[in-house]
Design a protein around this ligand. Structure first.
Ligand code: B12
Length: 282
């Protein structure tokens, strides 16, 4: 039975701001055996330090110890790259460092993707995804694509800096139920809106459900541009995508009823988390 170890959503990024030894003091992953907790910290610091030649040497022992691939993606890999983002924002890191860390993420995902995708047991629909025109970020989009595939979707990944015309052509060719636009830059998030406008112009808005995501994206942005669903992370994206093809398959893209149904998925999630917290506290 694979080990699933949760990384709490509100973990303290200060844990990662000093050095490896300090980070070991954290309360994160208390439910993990001590050698695995240490391995998680090594993976985190491997990403922060951008030592991509060593990444696979750290991922393999975690897999050998039966840690689930999803735990690695949502845990130490996510916390490590988040600290890289903070350092970049604070001008402690520059582009070359971020590129080395991105290489570590890609190298780890290269090992984990086949394992996660192999979980696919049924075929439930098709999703076209891509990073919008002008934007080169693809780590998050790849994670979303991988989790969707594992959940039973056929995923057509158009890559990065995808112009609206290419999304339109792929929708015509693959007839997906869902199209996902990723954007990581405040300067490219507008391309999500532009791409929706292209869909409208082509009379295709009702044919497909539009999902949006990426670090600067929010529910408010999703509402403003008339997208159907916002996915804060890959897990939410999968949950909403499944609801779209199973429960809301008869509602067209662009319909306010679908938008409301997607918000209800978030509300249910918040309620479940609150219930879990209450149960844990007594
Ligand atoms: C790695 C990285 C890079 C790498 C990208 C490598 C790659 N192949 O992706 C490189 C070095 C190339 C890069 C370049 C640049 N970057 Co950069 N980069 C980052 C960094 C550190 C991490 C991004 C990441 O991978 N996060 C980890 C993943 C797992 O998270 P995620 O992408 O958010 O994805 C999750 C969710 O958002 C969601 N999701 C994502 N996509 C989708 C799609 C759908 C449909 C759904 C439902 C959900 C969803 O699910 C994902 C999984 O849970 C961020 C910092 C940050 N905090 O985001 C800066 C960041 C995005 N970059 C930034 C900048 C400024 C740049 C550059 C302009 C720098 C420069 N001067 O050239 C260039 C832009 C190049 C371009 N034209 O795109 C800024 C953007 C600021 C802004 N306001 O726009 C950030 C925020 C850093 C910062 N704090 O200042 N970058």
């Amino acid at each position: 039975m694979a080990l699933f170890i949760e990384t709490e959503k509100e973990w303290d990024i200060e844990d990662l701001q000093y050095d490896f030894e300090d980070s070991l003091e954290t309360d994160r992953w208390l439910d993990a055996p001590s050698e695995i907790k240490e391995l998680f910290h090594e993976i985190e610091w491997n990403i922060i330090d951008g030592e991509h030649e060593d990444t696979s040497d750290l991922i393999h022992p975690a897999l050998d110890a039966d840690v689930s691939p999803r735990t690695l993606v949502a845990g130490p890999m996510a916390t490590g790259i988040a600290e890289v983002g903070r350092r970049f924002k604070m001008d402690e890191y520059f582009l070359p460092e971020v590129m080395m860390s991105a290489k570590c993420m890609h190298s780890a995902l290269g090992i984990l993707k086949p394992l996660i995708v192999a979980e696919k047991s049924e075929e439930i629909g098709t999703v076209v995804v891509g990073t919008v025109q002008g934007d080169l970020h693809d780590i998050g989009k790849k994670i979303v694509a991988m989790m969707l595939e594992a959940a039973g979707f056929t995923v057509v990944d158009l890559g990065v800096t995808v112009p609206p015309e290419d999304f339109i052509a792929a929708i015509r060719e693959h007839q997906p139920q869902i199209v996902g636009f990723s954007a990581l830059l405040t300067t490219t998030m507008n391309m999500q809106w532009e791409t929706i406008k292209h869909l409208q112009k082509e009379g295709m808005r009702g044919d497909v459900k539009v999902f949006v995501g990426g670090a600067p994206i929010s529910q408010a942005w999703c509402d403003k541009i008339g997208a159907d669903a916002y996915g804060v992370d890959a897990l939410v994206a999968v949950e909403k995508a499944k609801a779209c093809v199973q429960e809301y398959k008869d509602i067209k893209g662009g319909d306010p009823a679908l938008h409301g149904a997607m918000l209800a998925v978030d509300a249910q999630r918040v309620a479940e988390q609150a219930a879990k917290l209450e149960a844990a506290s007594g």
